[in-house]
Design a protein around this ligand. Structure first.
Ligand SMILES: Cc1cc2nc3c(=O)[nH]c(=O)nc-3n(C[C@H](O)[C@H](O)[C@H](O)COP(=O)(O)OP(=O)(O)OC[C@H]3O[C@@H](n4cnc5c(N)ncnc54)[C@H](O)[C@@H]3O)c2cc1C
Length: 484
């Protein structure tokens, strides 16, 4: 008879957060760690450089103010510092000993230089080419983007796994999908894997940590009986924990292109995120994080493709803090059938307002003296799109998801919360969720950095619990007598 596989910790999902947790636990403890990934060993490769934006300090302070102790900006700053090696050097805000190499975009193209001059004309501060939006201040200033280069980053999170290479306590299984969390007497005791068409139970002596991302984590919880009781019952799934918040609170950032052709052949770099800014629209006060991000570069972003030859440039407004809330529900109890995604994009009028203001700011930038000498034509939305109704129609037809989805297993202290501030799933022992799905609200910025930070925090929490568990186990072990 085949014996059941057993580990101390099982991490589900080798994405941005999951790799951090597996790598840190394997290097800092002697725990037996299994990392399972549904995808290939090459896994999810970034197509372009990853924009590195931590989010606004107000984001984290608002998480803490909602009762999430340990998640204020002051709490998470050391985690952000320890994950990076920043080309700009170490400071009170930045780290230079971490696994992720963070660089400024360079060299800066001539066209990008114009953005700084245009920004000044449009009321943005110009604090120099080395202005660091991941430090003291993020908003109302033009900046060049910081990135994690794709060439140095063959797999999202791979740097963390490289740290753990050679540690025999880490096992990685790719093309292995967790289809169910095994739960006995209210405690997660392992997962059922599907690999090469075979179902394999794997036991965890201590914890199961779900890091499947905003879609994968919510789906796996629901398949395992953790979620809203009514819909789970309709799929014939026995309810283990009736948590109405699972799959709710889906938040997604949208982007669209305000695109120009130009007579300037200089400084072309086929990208739309070389430089940018964060701004509060007229709906926001200084106590709130900025809700508008602008990305800009000399690529011409005509949705759905970057497809126009010849010189030009784009200002791409991004809905940084969406008010529209979507959901994920099970389409079937069959784990191989994708969950149903209801994004509800642009449901909230505020989101339309933000993107319309984004178009207006983009046009203001484009018509500053910095750009206007070379401007030939507005390609999108096009100069005939002027009235409020026309702009709204343009937004509705052209805004695209950036696939920065978060929030479906939100952390909190209320009835809607899926995990508590220690990332423990409410009502099930031995089970945590740790990835972008736990963000109560999306950060103002691109969420990869925050997902890695969540992985760092989870690794600390799990390590602490692991050490307490090990001490307890030693204390309760029968004393050995040595006979002489
Ligand atoms: C094309 C693209 C470009 C992006 N660019 C940027 C950017 O420039 N900057 C930025 O900040 N963010 C960017 N993002 C967003 C960023 O990648 C995510 O916010 C971040 O990776 C979320 O991390 P996570 O750990 O929550 O989930 P993920 O990184 O998505 O990891 C989840 C992993 O779990 C696996 N999984 C899911 N379910 C199971 C299961 N049942 N069993 C086993 N494995 C499972 C998945 O295959 C996946 O590998 C981009 C996203 C996409 C899609």
């Amino acid at each position: 008879m085949m014996s059941t596989l057993e580990y101390d910790h099982i991490i589900v999902g080798a994405g941005s957060a999951g790799c951090v947790i597996a790598g840190r636990l394997a290097t800092r403890t002697s725990a037996r760690v299994l990392l399972v990934e549904a995808g290939d060993p090459g896994g999810r490769r970034p197509v372009n450089d990853l924009l590195h934006v931590r989010g606004n300090r107000i984001d984290f302070n608002s998480w803490a103010a909602a009762g999430n102790e340990g998640w204020s900006y002051a709490d998470v700053l050391p985690l952000f510092r320890r994950m990076e090696s920043f080309a700009g050097g170490e400071s009170a805000y930045r780290g230079d000993h971490g696994p992720l190499s963070v660089l400024y975009r360079e060299p800066l193209s001539e066209l990008a230089e114009r953005f700084f001059a245009a920004g000044s004309e449009a009321g943005l501060a110009d604090q120099g080419r080395d202005f660091d939006y991941n430090a003291r201040q993020q908003e109302e200033t033009s900046f060049r983007y910081q990135v994690i280069q794709a060439s140095q980053n063959p797999r999202v999170g791979a740097e963390y796994l490289r740290l753990a290479l050679g540690h025999p306590n880490l096992t990685v299984r790719s093309r292995a999908r967790a289809i169910r969390i095994l739960i006995e007497n209210g405690r997660a005791v392992g997962v059922e894997l599907l690999q090469d068409g075979i179902r394999v139970p794997v036991r965890a002596t201590q914890e199961v940590v779900v890091c499947g991302g905003a879609y994968g984590s919510a789906q796996l919880l629901m398949l395992s009986g953790i979620g809203p009781a009514g819909p789970l019952g309709e799929h014939g799934i026995d309810v283990v924990a009736d948590l109405s918040g699972v799959g709710r609170n889906l938040q997604d950032q949208l982007i669209l292109g305000v695109t120009y052709s130009s007579s300037d052949q200089n400084g072309l770099t086929p990208m739309v995120a070389e430089v940018g800014c964060f701004r509060r629209t007229s709906r926001r006060s200084g106590a709130q994080a900025p809700d508008l991000q602008i990305q800009s570069g000399s690529g011409t972003f005509l949705a759905p493709l970057y497809d126009r030859p010849g010189p030009g440039y784009t200002f791409a407004p991004v809905l940084a803090q969406p008010s529209s809330i979507g959901s994920i529900t099970l389409a079937s109890a069959d784990p191989l059938i994708p969950a149903r995604i209801q994004p509800n994009h642009l449901d909230a009028d505020q989101d339309l307002d933000v993107l319309v203001e984004g178009i207006e700011l983009s046009r203001e930038l484009a018509h500053t003296s910095a750009y206007s000498a070379h401007l030939v034509e507005e390609l999108t939305p096009g100069r005939d799109v002027r009235s409020r109704a026309e702009l709204e129609n343009y937004v509705r037809a052209n805004a695209r998801t950036l696939r920065r989805t978060v929030g479906t297993c939100a952390m909190g202290v209320g009835e809607d919360a899926v995990v508590d501030p220690h990332l423990r799933v409410r009502g099930v022992a031995g089970l945590r969720v740790a990835d972008a799905s736990i963000m109560p609200t999306v950060v103002a910025g691109d969420p990869h950095a925050a997902a890695v930070m969540i992985g760092e925090r989870a690794a600390d929490l799990i390590e602490f619990a692991h050490r307490s568990f090990t001490i307890r186990a030693h204390r309760t072990a029968p004393a050995r007598l040595t006979l002489t």
